[in-house]
Structure formats: structure tokens, C-alpha cells
Ligand binder design. Structure first.
Ligand code: AMP
Ligand code: ZN
Length: 462
């Protein structure tokens, strides 16, 4: 397995610290808004990294933080005249809901920054005692010149940085690239007690503390979007390695941007679509296909055309499963079955720095072969099972039972939905004669209705 490591700018052979075990961390959202479809790229991708390692029988621990205290959250709370807590709670819930809708699984740990404040204070105190940090009037800064490896991830040299930097006004920092570890609270801001007075930790401190607490001083993979290399990840390295002298993470992985009209999609530029809105228009597997059709490090342009194309590719897989009546015989196979040739090609693609575009091409080939006339039924079944099992590694086919119901594309399914709607209107009007008639007549042709709290569902009965 090879992974492109941003630390060395090379594809490297992957060796975990402990045989068979992988510890990975990816930066999560700052919860002050609905996340946009660009943010969804790392969320989806790092879950996929975990899925792939699990398929390769690794025991994976995946941590993704939630930044629930930050200037942006404070600003938003002030704008809306509510507490930061209220803002954070609202958007944490939205984050859970929208990632679930995108088919992204929950990581093993999803720590909130506010639950780790004491540990952050402990780290900052240690950095201060060992000479890496200094306090000025209630603010604490990391002194970048005290850490000899500063710049090793981003490739930036401190001398160059400092030469180009303007001296900030009203700053107590000794050097403009020193970064904030602890920020003194202004009146009305959320605050915690500390040896330097009341305040809150800086963002870079949050991530390093949560990752090292849950995964240890050194772990295997640290990930995030490419914009986080500098200063965020560079500053995590400085804090995480200054005292331990050990690498914070061995492999640093960064996804490319989702662009829109050639520019990074971002909250601050205002050129974004929330994942929530996109999910109202497109199926989550179409969005998944849209992202995975490109290598994770390549930039990708947001295009509704491409999402629609992606939906067609996904539909193609489902129509194969329907045509060959997968749900009728799939229990004949154990969940572990794979055709060797296709599996080998799929693995080779994924082992090459998660080349999902190539892995998807393998699924297309497989789909083509399944549909060809010159294979026997038995072989076809094995290939279909392979398609489903490899597809699941990429996060497709999560709701097979639901998707393979005829309602989604078939006219007959749509007609059943129309009848259910008319029956519900009849029930509201207490026209029991009509509503019972619809139910009974449908039953006679093999469609059973079930009334539940969220509406009426239906199933085919034999
Ligand atoms: P934020 O909530 O802004 O801290 O971002 C959460 C994650 O989304 C980080 O890993 C960012 O690097 C990533 N990200 C932000 N904008 C984009 C984008 N346009 N394309 C891909 N990833 C992004
Ligand atoms: Zn982070």
C-alpha cells in the first residue's frame, strides 16, 4: 500500500506503527454554519480511508474532532444574539444529520473541543515551562523560532516567512508567526479559568490535544483539506513534537479542493452550496460517485452536470442488480465473496494512494461483464456479489432493500404512491369505504400497505 505523504511530498510505502492497527485523525468541522459540499469532501474521504483499511482487515481507530469553541462561533452567536452553546449545539446536530445522509459513518471518537479544555491547559503549561511558549498579558503564544523543525510540513522557511511579514499592530507577539495557544477572554465571551487568567484555547491547540489524548503521542495518519497544511497542521506539529521529540503523525494526507468556477468553495467567499441543499436535489450516492470519480488529491470542479452523470453511473449498477434479481438469491452467498481478478484490480487501484477513480473503473468493467451474454448464470451471480461487496467498500449500496424497491424508477411504483396519496386523503375525510377498498384491491394484486407514524409504507407480497 502506498500513500502520498505531504510531509515528504512523495508516495511512500505504508507501515503502521503497530502491526495490523491503524490510528488516524482528521480535522472535523467548526460548527457555526451548515457545512458546504466542499467540506463534505474530507468528511467523506477519510471515512472511506477507514472503510478501505477495514476491508483489508486492519483494526482502525478513527478520530474526528468537532471545534465547538472558536472566534467564528462567537461572532455568529453575537450576530444572532444567542449563546455560543446554542449555535454549537444546533450545528453539531446538523453535522450529524447531514453526514449520516451522505452515508458517512460516525468515527470511533468525535470529541468536542470544550470537553478537553483542561488537557489543553496542561499542554500549554508544559510548553511554557519548557520554553516553547510565553505569556503576554493573559495571552499565550508559541514561539516558532524555538522549534527547529518549524515549516517541515509546509516547506516554508521561517526566515522567508519573517522577511515577508508585516508587523501586526496591537500585537504582543515577539514574532509575527508566533501563534496563539491561549486567548484572553474579552467581556461577554465564553471563558475558562487558567494559570494565565480567563480565556480559551486556540484552534491549533484543540486538534493536537484531542488527537494525542485519544490516539497517543504518535499515530499513523493525520488528514484534512489541503488548506489546513499551513498554518493549522504546521502548528499542530510544533506543539505535538516540541516536547515529545517524536513525530505527531507519520503520514499526512490532504484532499484537494472542491472548486466552483475555478475558485475554492468556501464559507468566507460566499460561493458555496450547503450539503443539506445539495442533498435535497441529488441522491447521496450520486454525490459520492461525483467525488470518488476523481483522485482525492486532485481539485474537482463543482458541476451539477457531473453529479447528474454520476447518478446515471450509480443507476446503472442498480439496474443490473434489479435485472438479475439480486435480492432474491443474494443470501446464497456469504458476505465475504469476491471474484479474485476483479478484487485484485480493485485493490491495486486503492493501494496506489486510494485511487478511487481507477477502482470505480474496475466496477464499471465488472458491471459490463455481468451484463454480457456470454457468461453462465452461476458465474454472473458471483460477479454481481463481487460488484456489491467492492461497491460497499467505497460506501455504495448502503440501502439495497430500499433502492431495489420498484418505487424509485418504475411507473408501477409511482402509481402505488399515487394510490397511497389518494387513500390518505380519503382517510383524512373519514371515507373509510374508499380507503379500505384501495388497501384491499392493492393487496389482491400483491401490494401490502403498512401505516406507520411517518406515513404509509408498502411491500410486495407473494
Ligand atoms: P472548516 O469547517 O472550514 O474547518 O473545514 C472543514 C474541512 O473541510 C477541512 O478539512 C477543510 O480543509 C475542508 N475544506 C474546506 N473547504 C474545502 C473545499 N472547497 N474543498 C475541499 N475541502 C474543503
Ligand atoms: Zn485540526
Amino acid at each position: 500500500m502506498k500513500i502520498y505523504n505531504s510531509l515528504t511530498n512523495k508516495k511512500e510505502d505504508f507501515h503502521p506503527i503497530s502491526e495490523g492497527k491503524i490510528k488516524m485523525y482528521a480535522c472535523g468541522p467548526t460548527v457555526y454554519n451548515y457545512f458546504h459540499i466542499g467540506n463534505a469532501r474530507p468528511f467523506l474521504f477519510f471515512d472511506l480511508v477507514k472503510r478501505y483499511f477495514e476491508y483489508q482487515k486492519y483494526d482502525v481507530t478513527y478520530v474526528q474532532n468537532i471545534t465547538d469553541i472558536d472566534d467564528k462561533i462567537i461572532n455568529k452567536a453575537n450576530e444572532e444574539n444567542v449563546s455560543t452553546d446554542e449555535i454549537a449545539k444546533k450545528f453539531i446536530k446538523a453535522f450529524y444529520d447531514d453526514t449520516a445522509k451522505l452515508g458517512i459513518r460516525k468515527p470511533d471518537h468525535q470529541p468536542l473541543a470544550t470537553e478537553y479544555i483542561q488537557k489543553m491547559i496542561d499542554l500549554i503549561s508544559k510548553l511554557e515551562k519548557t520554553g516553547y511558549a510565553y505569556e503576554v498579558e493573559g495571552d499565550v503564544y508559541f514561539s516558532v523560532s524555538s522549534f527547529k523543525d518549524y515549516g517541515k510540513l509546509s516547506g516554508k522557511k521561517l526566515e522567508d516567512l519573517q522577511a515577508g511579514a508585516r508587523v501586526e499592530e496591537n500585537s504582543n507577539k515577539k514574532s509575527s508567526f508566533d501563534f496563539t495557544l491561549w486567548k484572553k477572554a474579552k467581556p461577554g465571551e465564553p471563558k475558562w479559568d487558567s494559570p494565565w487568567g480567563e480565556g480559551r484555547p486556540g484552534w491549533h491547540t484543540e486538534c493536537v490535544v484531542m488527537s494525542q489524548t485519544l490516539l497517543g503521542e504518535s499515530f499513523d495518519i493525520h488528514g484534512g483539506g489541503i488548506d489546513l497544511i499551513f498554518p493549522h497542521h504546521e502548528n499542530e506539529i510544533a506543539q505535538g513534537e516540541a516536547i515529545t521529540g517524536k513525530p505527531l503523525a507519520n503520514y499526512w494526507m490532504h484532499n484537494g479542493f472542491l472548486n466552483i468556477k475555478g475558485e475554492k468553495m468556501s464559507k468566507s467567499l460566499g460561493n458555496f452550496f450547503t450539503a443539506r441543499d445539495i442533498l435535497k436535489l441529488y441522491d447521496s450516492e450520486a454525490i459520492r460517485m461525483f467525488f470518488l470519480s476523481k483522485h482525492y488529491r486532485s481539485p474537482i470542479d463543482f458541476s451539477e452536470e457531473l453529479i447528474k452523470e454520476s447518478m446515471k453511473s450509480v443507476d446503472n449498477f442498480y439496474s443490473t442488480l434489479k435485472r438479475f434479481e439480486y435480492l432474491k438469491w443474494n443470501t446464497e452467498f456469504s458476505g465475504e465473496y469476491f471474484d479474485d481478478d476483479f478484487k485484485n484490480n480493485f485493490d491495486a487501484a486503492m493501494d496506489d494512494d486510494f485511487n478511487t477513480a481507477k477502482a470505480i473503473a474496475v466496477l464499471f468493467d465488472l458491471n459490463k461483464k455481468i451484463k454480457s451474454d456470454d457468461i453462465l448464470d452461476d458465474e454472473r451471480k458471483k460477479l454481481i456479489v463481487t460488484l456489491v461487496n467492492l461497491g460497499k467498500v467505497l460506501g455504495f449500496f448502503q440501502n439495497l432493500n430500499l433502492k431495489l424497491k420498484p418505487e424509485i424508477t418504475d411507473l408501477s411504483g409511482q402509481l402505488i404512491e399515487v394510490l397511497i396519496e389518494i387513500r390518505n386523503e380519503a382517510r383524512i375525510a373519514k371515507n373509510w369505504e374508499l380507503s379500505d377498498k384501495i388497501r384491499d384491491r392493492l393487496k389482491k394484486i400483491g401490494v401490502e400497505l403498512k401505516d406507520g407514524k411517518t406515513g404509509t409504507d408498502w411491500n410486495l407480497i407473494n
